[in-house]
Design a protein around this ligand. Structure first.
Ligand SMILES: [Zn+2]
Length: 690
């Protein structure tokens, strides 16, 4: 076979060593044509008589998996081994893929067949067949496939307009940030700002042919100035620039004001939601999530507000006492950093020597061995895309293979930043033959030097554990249909449960002893450092919690309470939420929503609460291990059976109850955030809402 991407045999690992950019588009074209022809044959056959799950759904699952075999290696290489040629091929393919996916999503005949098959499959069928059908039917309806032609046309127009306006929102934000700069020639005014930030600013000044330092409004520079600059006016200047980005309060060109756009986006979302039968966009968003209703999410968030507000006030009072004066918004990060250093005196640089990557990995593998009986075995024969990437065979306690794991952990120029888990091959058993799952685990740690291995900060250790949690979710699945196996079909607000859950282990003295070992002396992290590290975890836990709750409630309410007659009322609702939640004062000029790309750019719209929702699940799940013993295989076996194995085949609320013996409780998250029950129940907490 001359195009390695067309090797779609079950279980075949991608031929990473031989894939070339010129293979990409022909392979995708070939696969899409084959899929379309196969779909036509299936539809034609279905017109001759009743259809069954086996005759229709299984072949469709197979087609989806065939496409994944072609596309997964391409999108992976695009992320970790990018070249101009590959990027070009990749970009040419995106519209081809999108068109194919729209054809499927908008196929009314296919929708009717799914509905007919669903009649023949009993609810709650153990293999997840009914869940698969219900998910598919729901997604068809959410895409407007059941609407009469005129409304369907309008729905498609709205979706297209939304995509454009959301992209414009992000573009305005970027342009507004690029339009701002601050030039400084007096070094004394920059006192406290870290060297690497100053370095970048000096470089920018040189590039512009100027003396001194030229700052732009990128996030790292903004955070560095607000956290470290001693000069109060400088902090105030940056704060104003940042919190008025793309707004009517900004000095940037008025064409970049996102205000009108935000109203239009809310209006379009509301109209789309109503067209497909929901009262508002928040309800539409929740249709695919674990949370059952807007009122449930709101009550959930408000419960956390009540529990955190007293502790938040105490934290803020302590901070003002430390500063010795009332704090303005641009003072908070600076004095918080001072206080943090005074209380815990802990820095990344102090911890790194204790976390050489090989030692951390060895400890992490030992941990998953203790919890799930897994054994990871490096296999140097498997083709990879870079000499430092590695492949591991994942075996169960009896030595039987259960899947594979690629790890690519070092930063490189041709690699996307950040860390993620991606699905390489999905578990599949459609014709009796089992295809085992394979995952990609990607990070961007500093590579080893001539004299030292890669040394991780504790944050990076958490990242590695987090991504391993996602990988285990993908690898331990027992579901045979690819579209609901592993992380597929898992609701957005629950998908971070297995990953955040794994982070819990990286705070345990017992586990820290397993994963640490000074790269020179080999000694584990000293108990005194372990203690300081654990204390620093909860520093300003309530203030961070309240900030996230403010964002979440704001996002939920502007979508749930939108009314066409009154428009967005964005600043009014923000004011109400702040009155009910915030303990840190906001500046009068603050136009934070105009830069809230998470929700106005798409993605998290009426879904920002998912962060806290999943954290409650993961904290509470982890608490079972605190209660029963962190290395106890009993809760691990339960967690594996009820949560990790079920993929998207099961209602997650029911799965959680089966694991924990009760519904999720917020107590563990409060405790892990340093918010004690005593503080939460003090009088003076006040009502949660205005
Ligand atoms: Zn994650």
């Amino acid at each position: 076979m001359d195009n390695p991407l067309l090797d779609t045999r079950a279980g075949a690992l991608p031929a990473f060593a031989t894939i070339r950019p010129e293979h990409v588009e022909p392979a995708l074209q070939d696969r899409l044509a084959a899929n379309r022809a196969a779909l036509e044959r299936l539809l034609a056959a279905s017109r001759n008589g009743p259809v069954s799950f086996e005759d229709l759904i299984l072949p469709l699952e197979e087609l989806g998996d065939q496409l994944q075999h072609v596309w997964s290696p391409v999108s992976h290489l695009h992320a970790v081994a990018n070249t101009p040629e590959l990027r070009e091929a990749y970009n040419r393919c995106l519209p081809l893929l999108a068109r194919y996916q729209t054809e499927i999503a908008q196929n009314a005949e296919l929708y009717r067949l799914f509905a007919a098959v669903a009649q023949t499959v009993p609810e709650g069928r153990a293999d997840g067949a009914r869940a698969l059908l219900d998910h598919a039917l729901r997604d068809f309806r959410l895409a407007g496939v059941t609407l009469p032609p005129e409304q369907k046309q309008r729905f498609m127009e709205i979706m297209e307009a939304l995509a454009g306006k959301q992209a414009l929102f992000e573009q305005n934000l970027l342009d507004a940030m690029a339009a701002w700069s601050h030039h400084e020639t007096d070094a004394a005014k920059l006192d406290g700002i870290p060297a690497n930030t100053l370095e970048r600013a000096a470089e920018a000044a040189r590039a512009a042919g100027r003396k001194g330092w030229l700052f732009h409004l990128d996030q790292p520079s903004y955070v560095a100035v607000l956290t470290h600059a001693r000069n109060r006016e400088l902090r105030a200047l940056f704060h104003r620039a940042w919190s008025t980005r793309a707004s009517d309060q900004a000095p940037s060109p008025p064409g970049l004001d996102n205000g009108p756009l935000m109203d239009e986006i809310l209006a379009l979302r509301h109209e789309a939601a109503e067209l497909v039968g929901y009262t508002d966009f928040a309800e539409y968003s929740l249709a695919t999530k674990m949370a059952a209703s807007v009122s449930e999410v709101r009550a959930f968030l408000e419960r956390l507000v009540v529990a955190s507000r007293f502790a938040g006030r105490s934290e803020f009072a302590e901070l003002e006492a430390h500063a010795g004066h009332a704090l303005e918004p641009w003072d908070v990060a600076f004095h918080a950093e001072e206080l943090r250093l005074r209380k815990f005196a802990i820095s990344d640089e102090e911890l790194r020597p204790y976390f050489p990557l090989p030692r951390v990995l060895e400890g992490l593998f030992a941990l998953v061995g203790r919890l799930y009986g897994l054994h990871l075995e490096a296999d140097g024969q498997v083709a990879v895309w870079h000499p430092t990437a590695r492949f591991f065979r994942v075996l169960d306690s009896g030595g039987a293979p259960i899947g594979g794991l690629y790890m690519d952990l070092y930063a490189r120029p041709e690699k996307r930043s950040g860390a993620w888990m991606d699905d390489c091959i999905s578990r599949k058993r459609l014709d009796g033959r089992l295809q085992l799952p394979v995952a990609h685990l990607v990070c961007n740690f500093a590579p080893p030097t001539a004299t030292a291995p890669s040394l991780l900060s504790h944050d990076e250790v958490l990242t590695l554990f987090h991504e391993m949690g996602h990988a285990l979710h993908h690898l331990l699945t027992r579901i045979d249909y690819p579209s609901i196996s592993g992380i597929h079909g898992v609701p957005w607000d629950a998908v971070e449960l297995p990953s955040q859950f794994m982070e819990g282990f990286a705070w345990e003295p017992e586990i820290l002893a397993m994963i640490s070992g000074h790269h020179e002396s080999g000694l584990p992290l000293p108990p005194e450092l372990v203690e300081r590290l654990r204390q620093s975890r909860v520093f300003h836990g309530a203030l961070h919690m309240l900030r996230q709750l403010e964002f979440s409630l704001f996002d939920l309410r502007i979508h749930a309470e939108y009314s066409p007659g009154q428009g967005g009322r964005i600043m009014k609702l923000l004011g109400e939420v702040r009155d009910a939640v915030a303990v840190v004062p906001a500046a009068r000029y603050d136009r934070f929503p105009n830069g809230f790309a998470h929700i106005f750019g798409g993605g998290y719209a009426a879904g920002y609460y998912s962060y806290k929702w999943a954290e409650v699940l993961s904290s509470d799940a982890y608490a079972a291990f605190e209660e029963e013993g962190v290395l106890n295989p009993a809760p691990a076996a339960r967690f594996r059976r009820e949560i990790l194995e079920v993929g998207g085949s099961r209602d997650i609320a029911a799965a959680f109850r089966a694991f924990r013996g009760r519904p999720p409780d917020i107590a563990a998250l409060l405790r892990h955030s340093g918010i004690t029950a005593a503080a939460a129940s003090e009088t003076g907490t006040g009502p949660a809402t205005a």
